[in-house]
Design a protein around this ligand. Structure first.
Ligand SMILES: Cc1ncc(COP(=O)(O)O)c(C=O)c1O
Length: 463
């Protein structure tokens, strides 16, 4: 029996332990709210995605491996579209973007939010309709803005006076036929209940125009008075991995207040309103996300009430979920390399990836769960920490998880909930190549992003 078997720890894991796990049966159980929707486990304990065993995936594509459950992603996209019927749902590509996912998003009828020239290039390369693309970013270069205009993107969310001036100048150069549609990103002063680095609407940060300080109104008036850009509306994004809808409600109230100020100042009612993304997902059993239908009802109701109160016409609403669409659809598959007991503390299970394929635990203190995916085990549970192979003691993937006490090298471990901000934030730290992404559907797996090789890394190093 290894250090920290579950029996010994029963009851008190403080705030960091997965307190629901108690027995070998529990350890071998996959909780549906944490796993992609088509995931199953057979009698021998082998986990499968859309009918394809992870042992087959590992043998064919190697590990680490991001495994995308295509039906899961598509169904979540459809659920958002249905819940926000009448509104426009932009998939936030920063969560994860590649050509195959762009096509899935297009086929499910969503629009797409990009925030760099690179993301725009991927969207266009996949043939995404430019008029359904929104372009974000707090420091868009002239080259990026030019590219967006050339491509005919549907709207640009402006984020600084510099950008307004740059875009105005570019549009003037092109003549009166060029009237780019823009939204003004407003910093509404909401303290979202999430990690500091992913909260984006408190005053002291880099995004948007401050509402309280008057910059937001000034930006709107500058655009209206110049008359070159087509100001469609206001935009607010309060942060990411948010469960409490009260933040969205306060944000909606405040932007609608600005909407009323704009009408008072210039007699103009802006037709669009974007309330951003940020809807939380379940990484562990402690997370209890609000279903999209409830989110949509609450958000639409608050906008309706505010409009009624201020006698404003109802704007066309849009939202920008990223994590809530792709996050739960992916699991990452790793092979165990070493298992080390640190007596009296915990067991460290080292896998063949780490912070280079999932930086979120190190960056945001994020919590994940994991399971032994290549077999089930009757061994008692031990409290384990799943760590990577990088030269950092903070190279942690899963802070606390119960795994069977006989977990050993060559076992496969799967970590769910890794679709958002994992591959998209991946690095080559320690010259570790970034893993491939496979999409699995109806019993078939296809490679959608090739894994890097050492040759790829060396090709960049021109000596
Ligand atoms: C402006 C904007 N919209 C949407 C998103 C997507 O957030 P999430 O993936 O949490 O839904 C982000 C994330 O940073 C964002 O900055």
């Amino acid at each position: 029996m290894r250090a920290h078997e579950a029996g010994a720890l029963h009851g008190d894991l403080g705030s960091s332990g997965p307190a629901w796990l108690r027995t070998p049966d529990d350890v071998n159980t996959l909780l549906p709210q944490l796993w992609p929707r088509t995931v199953t486990r057979d009698g021998a304990g082998v986990v499968a995605v859309a009918g394809v065993p992870v042992t087959d995936l590992a043998a064919r594509f190697g590990t680490p491996l991001y495994v995308l459950d295509e039906d899961d992603l598509r169904s979540r996209a459809r659920e958002f579209a249905a819940a926000f019927a009448g509104a426009e749902v932009f998939y936030a590509g920063k969560a994860f973007l590649c050509k195959a996912v762009v096509r899935m998003i297009a086929e499910e009828g969503l629009s797409l939010d990009v925030c760099s020239g690179g993301e725009l290039a991927v969207a266009l390369a996949a043939g995404f309709p430019p008029e359904r693309i929104g372009f974000h970013g707090n420091n868009k270069s002239v080259a990026e803005l030019t590219r967006a205009l050339d491509a005919g993107v549907g709207r640009i969310v402006v984020d600084s006076f510099w950008e307004i001036d740059r875009l105005t100048a570019l549009a003037r150069e092109r003549g009166p036929a060029c009237r780019p549609a823009v939204l003004v990103r407003v910093t509404v002063g909401v303290e979202a209940h999430t990690h500091e680095f992913i909260a984006t609407a408190h005053e002291d940060q880099k995004f948007g125009f401050s509402l309280a300080g008057g910059a937001a109104l000034a930006a709107v008036l500058r655009i209206l008075d110049e008359g070159v850009l087509d100001l469609r509306g206001l935009h607010s994004h309060i942060g990411s991995q948010i469960f409490d809808t009260s933040g969205f409600e306060v944000a909606a109230r405040r932007v609608m207040g600005l909407q009323a100020q704009v009408r008072h100042a210039r007699g103009v009612e802006l037709p669009d309103l974007d309330l951003g993304g940020g809807f939380g997902i379940a990484y562990t059993t402690r997370d209890d996300p609000t279903p999209p239908t409830d989110l949509a009802k609450r958000m639409m109701k608050i906008v309706e009430d505010e409009c009624e109160g201020a006698r404003l016409a109802l704007p066309k609403l849009s939202v920008e979920p990223g994590r809530a669409i792709v996050g739960p659809a992916v699991l990452t598959l790793y092979e165990v390399g070493t298992v080390k007991d640190v007596d009296g503390i915990r067991t460290y299970v080292s896998v063949d990836g780490g912070m280079s394929d999932n930086i979120r635990t190190a960056l945001y203190d994020a919590s994940y769960s994991a399971t032994l995916a290549s077999r089930s085990s009757p061994a008692p549970p031990i409290l384990a920490r799943v760590v990577g192979k990088h030269c950092e003691s903070g190279d942690i993937l899963v802070k606390d998880e119960f795994l069977p006490a006989d977990v050993q090298p060559t076992d496969l471990v799967a970590v769910p909930g890794t679709g958002a901000y994992c591959r998209s934030m991946a690095s080559n730290y320690n010259h570790v190549p970034r893993p491939p992404v496979v999409a699995v559907r109806d019993g078939a797996a296809r490679l959608i992003v090739r894994g890097e090789t050492e040759a790829d890394l060396l090709a960049l190093d021109v000596g």
